[in-house]
Write a protein that binds this ligand. Structure first.
Ligand code: ATP
Ligand code: MG
Length: 577
């Protein structure tokens, strides 16, 4: 299904029982009022200095979906103003991730660096009109003069340089005749402002670094705050939707637009960032997790990055659905992760084939089944959706079942394997357990059973009741594999909630459990990397990237049910961190 033919989710509208999407209401009202000639242009503006995470996914969904819904356009623009931190690799990766999520910017790919000439011309313009100046205080002095929230700023002694002197100094900066830190360009606004962003913010700094696109052309670069709003204006963005931390920057962005002859006047509206429990969503922290080896990489399946989620087997549709359902709010909050997990299960339930995988194999021998004999049995890949087709299971004398499905001392209501009990092998046959073989240590190593040859396919030949059903694989053709079970990366809901405690101390020590010697049926073993399935009764799994010749690795995307909910029911909800 493409993004276009997705039905509009009713939950996107402001309702009594959902958070709604107030941005949608603002946009709808502006369009109805004929603002911007009824046009809508949004954008997603990443800095290419890290991989996208689920928080970015929310911003992507907001911008692209509004554009889709109202027949507008959504640009992808890289805010690549800082050549010291940006890398080419991220530009490619970010595009891949947005496409994977299901969105397409068409020809509307832009780079703030393409506006460097225009931004520079505007800086000259501000200087000529006495609205900007070249600062010669050291960076430490600039900081000190700026004051703080409680202390008003002081004006720099260089603030009133003549236009000629400023232009000459700017030219020197641009020509590479100034060292890094020797000079900056500042907007002349208000050193007494209660808003720190308005205290003569820096527009340009000297950085003797090549730029991934502009090459060696520049040795001064615009700051994010100077470039961002003007880039929006150059592109004719009608609605600059950004997260709340930019609220305090809005007066500055408006000041630039007001004092410059820009081609358009974007309207900036802030929304609350997405925060999810039991994880962190900040590139800085995610980078730390990678660099210090707390995870295996940016695409570690425990990471909240889109790469990590893809590798884990989370379908992009689930991320989009989740983003829609949490709505868009003005005030910050933490979203319950179970909402996300619910969207993942719902999507996987509707789309994945059901196959057999045994995580903890126990051998089962059918003693009255002829040696070397094979019963080929057709089994549907979905009990509900025949269009998914079927695969052939091969019933043989030796099988593997899940160790957990056997109890030597079984209570009355135990319906799976136990001495003397009859159990259905799903799509296979009925077997009765007659004998339990143990090793010297007393561990159960094998069950000896007999089958009813009239129960092929797993149905009861005479209507006798067999309540328990187990999954199984044939020992003759099951494929060995490694299974990686993931849990939440942090063991508290809000790992960064306490400034006095390093969030790393909250890492969940058992967020990864590796199981080897697991067995899957041949059909599943032949699926390509990235395929998603449900191992019946076990959970949802995806074939991991590490799968290579002779080495099959599965990631558990998510369990079938929310095991945490059960725990929480018993123990009460987790304490807010
Ligand atoms: P981080 O804080 O993780 O380092 P960032 O905001 O610096 O991210 P950008 O590349 O600047 O990363 O983000 C691009 C866009 O994504 C911005 O418009 C930003 O508002 C938005 N965004 C980032 N994180 C979130 C989030 N958690 N929820 C919603 N939008 C977000
Ligand atoms: Mg940012």
């Amino acid at each position: 299904m493409t993004a276009d033919d997705r039905p509009i989710d009713a939950s996107k509208r402001e309702t009594d029982d959902g958070p709604g999407n107030f941005l949608r209401d603002v946009v709808a009202a502006d369009i109805a009022a004929g603002k911007n000639d009824g046009k809508l242009v949004t954008r997603f503006p990443p800095e290419p200095n890290g991989y996208l995470h689920v928080g970015h996914a929310k911003a992507i969904c907001i911008n692209f979906e509004l554009a889709q819904e109202f027949g507008g356009v959504c640009n992808l623009r890289f805010d690549d103003t800082n050549p010291t931190r940006e890398y080419e690799q991220y530009i490619e990766a970010i595009q891949q991730d947005i496409r994977w999520l299901g969105f397409d910017w068409g020809d509307n790919l832009y780079f703030a660096s393409d506006y460097f000439d225009q931004l520079y011309a505007w800086a000259v313009d501000l200087i000529k009109r006495g609205l900007a100046y070249v600062e010669s205080l050291t960076p430490e002095q600039v900081r000190e003069y700026r004051g703080d929230f409680h202390k008003p700023g002081r004006e720099s002694p260089y603030r009133d340089r003549s236009v000629e002197e400023n232009l000459a100094l700017l030219e020197k900066m641009r020509a590479g005749e100034m060292a890094e830190g020797e000079a900056t360009v500042r907007a002349k606004i208000d050193m007494q402002s209660g808003n720190m962003n308005m205290r003569d913010p820096i527009m340009y700094r000297v950085l003797k670094v090549a730029h991934h696109r502009a090459g060696d052309k520049w040795c001064i670069y615009p700051t994010y705050d100077y470039a961002h709003g003007q880039s929006d204006a150059i592109e004719g963005i009608t609605h600059s939707l950004c997260s709340l931390e930019f609220e305090g920057h809005r007066p500055l962005y408006d000041w630039f637009i007001e004092h410059l002859d820009t081609p358009s006047t974007p309207r900036q509206i802030e929304f609350a960032r997405l925060n999810i429990g039991y994880t962190v969503l900040s590139k800085r922290r995610l980078l730390q997790l990678v660099k210090e080896g707390h995870v295996a990489g940016w695409d570690d399946p425990r990471m909240p990055t889109l790469r990590g989620m893809r590798r884990r087997g989370i379908p992009p549709e689930a991320i989009r659905k989740f983003a829609d359902r949490v709505g868009v709010a003005r005030r910050p909050g933490v979203v319950d992760i179970s909402l996300f997990e619910h969207a993942i299960r719902e999507q996987l339930n509707a789309t994945t084939p059901r196959v057999f995988g045994v995580l903890d194999p126990l051998k089962l021998v059918i003693t009255n089944f002829p040696e070397g004999h094979v019963e080929e049995l057709e089994a549907p890949l979905s009990p509900e959706d025949p269009s998914m087709g079927s695969r052939t299971l091969r019933l043989t004398r030796e099988l593997f079942i899940e160790r957990d499905d056997f109890r030597e001392e079984a209570p009355k209501k135990w319906f799976r394997f136990a001495p003397g009990r009859e159990v259905r092998l799903r799509y296979g046959c009925l077997v009765t357990c007659n004998e339990v073989i143990k090793d010297e240590a007393g561990e159960v190593v094998e069950l000896r059973c007999t089958w009813d040859p009239d129960s092929k396919g797993g149905s009861s030949p005479d209507g006798r009741k067999v309540r328990g059903t187990s999954h199984w694989v044939s020992a003759a053709d099951a494929v060995d594999c490694e299974v990686r079970l993931y849990d939440r990366l942090f063991s508290v809901e809000n790992p960064t909630g306490d400034d006095d405690v390093d969030y790393l101390t909250h890492l969940n020590p058992s967020s990864l459990e590796v199981k080897r010697g697991c067995k899957v049926e041949p059909y599943a073993a032949a699926l390509p990397v990235g395929s998603r399935v449900q191992f019946e009764r076990v959970g949802y799994f995806a074939v991991d990237n590490d799968t290579a010749d002779g080495n099959l690795v599965w990631n558990r995307t998510i369990s079938l049910r929310d095991s945490w909910a059960k725990v929480e029911k018993k123990q009460g909800p987790p304490k807010k961190g």
